[in-house]
Design a protein around this ligand. Sequence first.
Ligand SMILES: [Cu+2]
Length: 467
Amino acid sequence: MNKRVSMLFTIAAVAVMGATLFGSTYTQTQISGQSIDVSQMDMDMMDKIRSMGGLQLVMPQAFAETDCGALADTGRNVVEFNLTGESVELPIMGGKTYNAMTFSGQVPGPTLRVTQGDVVKMTLTIPGDEVTGHGNDMHASQISALTFDSVNPGETSQYCYIAESAGVFKYHCSGVHLIGMDQHVFSGMYGIAIVDPANGYKKLMVEKTSGSGELDRQFYDADALEFTLQFNQLYLNDDGNYDAGAMFQHHNSATVVNGMQFAYVPNMLHNILLKGDANKNIFVAQPWNGLENKQYQSQLLYVENDQHVRLFIENHGNEPVFFHIVGEILDRVTQGNRVQSAATETWLLGGSQNMIVDLVFDEPGAYALVNHDYAAIYTGGIGLFIAGDPFGLNPRLVDAGIIEAPVPSYAYALGNPSDAVPPMGMNSIAHPAVNVHGLYTDEVASEMIDAGMIPLWEVIPTLPPVP
Ligand SMILES: [Cu+2]
């Protein structure tokens, strides 16, 4: 019996059981249908509808069309999203590795960025030597889940859809005919699609008091410096394999942001800059400390003061995320294309939930982003934003010849970590520089270097020492 036949059999069996339990009327039509006689309708009403221009569907092609050829002919912008499903070994804290499953050799998978109304053409290829099949369920689509069925090793599948709704949407492996979906997702097969609103993002208003009781309203242009932060957990046994028993009991072994525990904390470079000594740690937890960690060395997130910052945040995990930035207030929280809150200290994301946070860092300083669940903080759910020049480094960096003139953020000297920088959208401010950082295979890391991102582990030893 093949799968579709067995599903029909199940539906029929449920109907028969219902008829047996609730009596034979269960399967009969309860309300008789009635056809509409247009000649009997209120003609005034029909005239009113006509004068309004009639009833029109806003996006007439948006309904259930998944044929790539048909969608390409609609004149819409078509964005190709090509992924491979690959099992690889990747590092975890403590100098160990785990058996990861990835989209295209990285965790999270590549970020897709489109504009509302674009056609997404998703192609998933599973190499012939891959140990298992994989699928891709994209939450940005509104098409039948049957489309997401898994692809066998050595095969490719493709589907198309219109990104109809603006917002942040996860995508994730759907396992092998749904079996092992949890294992594949928690082993690394997840990522996001950012669907920019058709008319762009809104200006940001930040309202404060001046101290005299007067309201001070500051307006910021829609353009913003953007970051992605994707929360998840790892459930691993001592051998670095997925532990389903631990998952069912919600006993995670790590909290990860963009795939890594403590990904955005200081490393030896920051120790040198601030303490003049690579071994004098400036933060309580520096597990990715050292240039030999290459793309896995931790990096910090740099922003300017008084700059509009936009964060695309997704919770891929089994645990809630209580998103908070220590020392800051979330100036605006948006979900989908609707503002949910303003001037909020913390916002809760359940599993497979997302938000866009807009904020402005007012004072120079270090600001920790956290999942404000203490178990999450201590197992890796913390990172640091550094706003402006809180450590007074500008003159020293100029003297050392690392920068020519004072800069509004350290991103100009060091760049921001690539795994936290999304592709450019219609209201993106370009990052001054991007360094190679993330849970990437060495192959993916060298592709990024070829594309112009900075391998800090090669560049830093060539820089003049900072006094
Ligand atoms: Cu998979």
